[in-house]
Design a protein around this ligand. Structure first.
Ligand code: SF4
Ligand code: SF4
Length: 203
């Protein structure tokens, strides 16, 4: 597939954000494709980890943020383990998601469903210190508007003890809250810092 690099979406600031958030040097990637060869979700997407790497190298923010591989990534780390240059590709993909999240980008339906699931998962961990299956299912169904997804299976899950109605909070939940807060502050500071530098350059 050919990319039109003359359009206004090309943005080197995006590359800087992803590099800072992931703490990776994107210039180390020479597009060998080994990361893509081992990725288990590639067959179900129109993209690949090396393609995402290339988009970020070229500053193709708008395309990278809605890429289906970015939102299908299972975080297994295979791509990272296979990279001959030691690039932590999984962290780069994580960083692309973080930038998209900070911008509250509008996503295609399938990617948006993944983001809703992702947020419901993190919300459950934040609220309980562990995964609450009921909290996850409820959070996902309500926020995605798919109110009845898996509801018919709920009695079976409950009967078999696969999910519990009550969720037990871990002790010292406040310590976990501080971890969430710290990570959010670091991410926000990096993104604001780069945006500020850009504004200063443009002034
Ligand atoms: S394996 Fe590493 S160098 Fe090769 S394409 Fe993937 S990120 Fe780039
Ligand atoms: S971490 Fe994501 S992109 Fe990398 S191999 Fe696993 S699923 Fe694919």
């Amino acid at each position: 597939m050919r990319w039109d690099l003359s359009n206004s979406a090309v943005d080197s600031v995006f590359r800087s954000k992803v590099e800072r958030l992931s703490d990776q040097n994107l210039g180390d990637c020479y597009q060998c494709g080994k990361c893509s060869g081992g990725c288990p979700v590639v067959p179900n997407t129109q993209s690949s980890p090396s393609r995402v790497m290339r988009m970020v190298q070229l500053g193709m923010e708008e395309d990278a943020m809605v890429d289906d591989l970015v939102w299908s990534c299972a975080g297994c780390g295979t791509c990272t383990g296979r990279c001959p240059e030691g690039v932590d590709t999984a962290r780069v993909i994580d960083a692309v998601r973080a930038v998209a999240d900070a911008r509250d980008v509008s996503l295609p339906q399938q990617c948006a469903a993944v983001r809703t699931f992702y947020k419901a998962f993190l919300g459950s961990v934040r609220d309980f210190g562990r995964l609450s299956e009921v909290g996850l299912m409820g959070g996902y169904n309500i926020n995605s508007g798919r109110f009845w997804t898996n509801v018919a299976k709920a009695p079976w899950f409950l009967l078999k003890g696969k999910v519990g109605l009550s969720a037990h909070r871990v002790r010292q939940l406040d310590r976990l809250a501080r971890v969430f807060e710290r990570v959010e502050n670091i991410e926000r500071a990096i993104l604001e810092d780069i945006d500020r530098s850009r504004s200063e350059e443009e002034a």
